[in-house]
Design a protein around this ligand. Structure first.
Ligand code: ASP
Length: 338
């Protein structure tokens, strides 16, 4: 389990690092389109994945279990996502001003747990794991999820940061609710640049076992009660220890409609590489709704049992982070349809 006290001690230093490094990733880090790697390995969506991976690596490099690495890693952006405001403590609220968080986790045995639309708890990934390990259920939502988290010893706290509140109030001034959104860096749509991101993580430990997790505050300024793909097993995340794992980011509705992550894993089972499987899932979304292809972003990230990884997105701008024995902070620009 994550050592919260120790993390807070180093929190301030890590926060400024995050801001500084975000500017320079593009220049300083080597890039490649796909990878063939040895395990242990951990891969994560977006640039904050670099920090999440580093924390996960502490567990993986000591021979620890992929599931523990995923939980520890996902907690980093939940705590410190000071640049994006889309995960955990600094998440952006819904249109009524509530920060509601979605998360799920899945292990090498096919066990899984999830929380959706949960308020007032900063670490949904840990609650998702508790649902998996301490209840006979897979998913808890809303007040029930918060109640369960508190019963399990999690701290109940206010999550709307001053920065997120300011952004929400700005948005309210001109807001016309339309759930069509989420083009990279788009500022002319509801939520604009605050629209996303989710951290989706996949890890293979030294024993070759795969686990995954994902956590997000979801679509910015969403309808109260809206739940995206991220807490839905098969949509935002899927792991099959015989084949591999997949996770997604972007417009959750499109991912749910196509059961995206399950689809990617099943395509890998049929012999496609991780990147080919991600591309095929993206193409299916585009084929069903060509009119959406220019308006929405969806990105898939996948790893197979051999430790090969790959990604594919609809729009440009999707990146993912890779960490293994050779490279601790690799950020890769994913291929895309546009
Ligand atoms: N997939 C998330 C959702 O729809 C948001 C994102 O990844 O950008 O809630």
């Amino acid at each position: 389990m994550f050592n919260r006290r120790k993390f807070i001690k180093t929190g301030a230093a890590s926060a400024s690092l995050l801001l500084l490094d975000k500017q320079s990733f593009a220049e300083i880090l080597p890039r490649q389109k796909t990878g063939k790697e040895q395990f242990p390995i951990v891969i994560s969506t977006w640039d904050f994945g670099v920090y999440a991976n580093k924390e996960a690596w502490k567990t993986l490099s000591k021979g620890g279990r992929a599931l523990d690495a995923i939980e520890a890693g996902a907690r980093v952006p939940e705590e410190l996502d000071i640049t994006n405001g889309t995960v955990g403590r600094t998440g952006t609220p819904d249109r009524d001003g509530h920060v509601t968080l979605d998360s799920c986790i899945m292990d090498e045995f096919g066990n899984c747990g999830s929380v959706a639309a949960m308020e007032n708890i900063a670490h949904p990934i840990s609650v998702a794991r508790m649902v998996m390990e301490r209840t006979p259920h897979v998913m808890l939502v809303g007040e029930g999820a918060t109640q369960f988290a508190v019963e399990q010893g999690m701290k109940k706290e206010k999550l709307l940061t001053p920065k997120a509140e300011k952004a929400w109030k700005e948005w309210l001034k001109t807001a016309k609710y339309s759930p069509v959104m989420n083009v990279e860096n788009g500022t002319n749509r509801p939520g604009g640049k605050y629209n996303h991101d989710t951290i989706g993580m996949l890890a293979i430990d030294a024993k070759g076992n795969i686990s995954g997790g994902c956590t997000t505050s979801g679509m910015a300024f969403k309808m109260h009660g809206r739940v995206g793909d991220s807490p839905i097993i098969g949509a935002g995340l899927y792991v099959d220890n015989e084949v591999g794992g997949a996770t997604s980011t972007g417009v959750g509705e499109e991912v749910i409609r196509n059961v995206g992550s399950f689809l990617v894993v099943e395509l890998m089972r049929q012999g496609l590489s991780p990147e080919e499987a991600c591309k095929e899932a993206v193409m299916r979304i585009i084929k069903k709704k060509p009119e959406n292809a220019e308006k929405v972003q969806v990105g898939f990230l996948a790893i197979n049992k051999k430790g090969e990884y790959g990604a594919y997105a609809i729009q440009k701008g999707f990146s993912y982070a890779v960490c293994n024995a050779e490279k601790q902070d690799l950020l890769i620009s994913g291929k895309s349809y546009y």
